[in-house]
Ligand binder design. Structure first.
Ligand code: FAD
Length: 331
């Protein structure tokens, strides 16, 4: 039976993932979604071979550094592992502005202290202190924006979002990680249709992806459905309406689930409205971001409507579960 070695001790895996094996023994490994999405459980292979599945969605530079997702790692041979904190790149960034997008969402603009490579729609970890960080998606586009832009929603009682709302201000210097995640525009199929579905600040990566695709001259249809319970939860309406007027292939549908349709809004969830307008998604690329329940439902429904599973990219905004992790941890 393969064994995993961590901090000098060795454990039988017994068919478990590396993450389950280590946390079941009371060892602290940062983690959150446990389904290979949030990348909180990144670890580094020190010796041994990591199965391909454990590196799915990681960038080439991450795989070159032997990083892998502990929750997706079911080794068939012995493996020695370490926490990834010594190889995840940390970068200082100055807060250049904090702007109100609506009552509960702020745009945080950041200027990294050195060149920062990313794709619109990826996410970074923003550190409140060395012990505590959260993931925030990038709404900015490298070729269009000087600053990085995050959209942060205030979660009631939330540690990091509360700190951002109450204490963070222009001029402060914060630490962020390198860009993570695989939810971004790839200009390989300029005629492919693209569906973007999001709720709340799930608009952040979708806004970046849409602007990236439009500015890259994407020719296929780009349909963005952004949802909230009521109109107060929507934001960037005017700008997105301007894009829809400017680009014939761009459709924007602000959706509200607790009111009837009007001249300005579509009634229903973004998923319902999208599938009503486009029931056949064969050949489409789909991006899903925001509320985890919405993302999971949409992943299934868009697949059943014809989108290929390899063409569906999702970032459920899952809460982090390790805010009390020790200083060396990433989340
Ligand atoms: C890949 C990824 C991308 C993300 N991108 C963004 C983004 O662009 N903008 C953004 O605002 N957030 C985003 N998030 C969520 C973000 O990382 C934090 O989870 C969120 O800001 C709450 O952190 P907190 O410290 O304020 O709350 P915590 O102190 O961690 O939690 C306080 C309480 O609120 C609950 N909670 C935490 N998060 C949520 C939530 N999202 N919805 C409902 N309840 C919650 C917790 O379970 C807990 O009970 C993303 C998450 C992931 C995994």
């Amino acid at each position: 039976m393969p064994r995993v070695t961590f901090k000098g001790a060795s454990y039988a895996l017994g068919g478990q993932s590396v993450l389950d094996c280590l946390t079941a023994r009371g060892l602290t490994v940062p983690n959150s979604c446990r389904v290979g999405v949030c990348q909180s459980c990144l670890m580094r292979a020190v010796r041994g071979t990591v199965p391909d599945k454990a590196q799915a969605g990681l960038t080439r530079s991450m795989t070159a550094r032997n990083l892998f997702l502990a929750c997706q790692c079911f080794p068939t041979q012995d493996l020695e592992v370490a926490l990834a904190d010594d190889v995840i790149v940390h970068i200082e960034a100055r807060v250049t502005a904090i702007e109100r997008l609506n009552d509960e969402i702020r745009a945080v603009r950041l200027q990294p202290s050195r060149p920062f490579e990313y794709r619109a729609g990826q996410f970074v970890r923003l550190f409140m202190d060395p012990r505590t960080s959260r993931n925030y998606s990038l709404a900015s586009v490298p070729s269009l924006d000087n600053d990085l832009m995050l959209h942060v929603r205030r979660v009631p009682g939330g540690l990091v979002s509360g700190w951002i709302f109450e204490h963070l201000e222009a001029g402060n210097v914060v630490t962020i990680s390198e860009a993570l995640g695989d939810c971004f525009y790839v200009p390989d199929k300029p005629d492919q249709d693209i569906l973007l579905l999001g709720t709340g600040c799930g608009l952040a990566p979708l806004y970046g992806i849409a602007r990236d695709a439009l500015s890259s001259g994407h020719r296929g249809r780009i349909h963005l459905y952004h949802g909230s319970r009521d109109a107060c939860g929507l934001y960037l309406l005017e700008e997105l309406r301007r894009f829809a007027a400017k680009y014939p292939n761009f459709r924007y549908r602000p959706c509200i689930s607790e009111a009837a349709s009007s001249d300005e809004y579509w009634s229903g969830t973004p998923l319902d409205v999208a599938l009503k307008e486009t029931p056949d998604l064969t050949g489409w690329r789909v991006y899903l971001c925001g509320n985890p329940q919405m993302v999971n439902a949409a992943r299934l429904e868009t697949f059943l409507a014809g989108a290929g599973s390899s063409e569906i990219f999702a970032d459920p905004f899952l809460p982090t579960t390790t805010s009390s992790a020790p200083a060396s941890n990433l989340q």
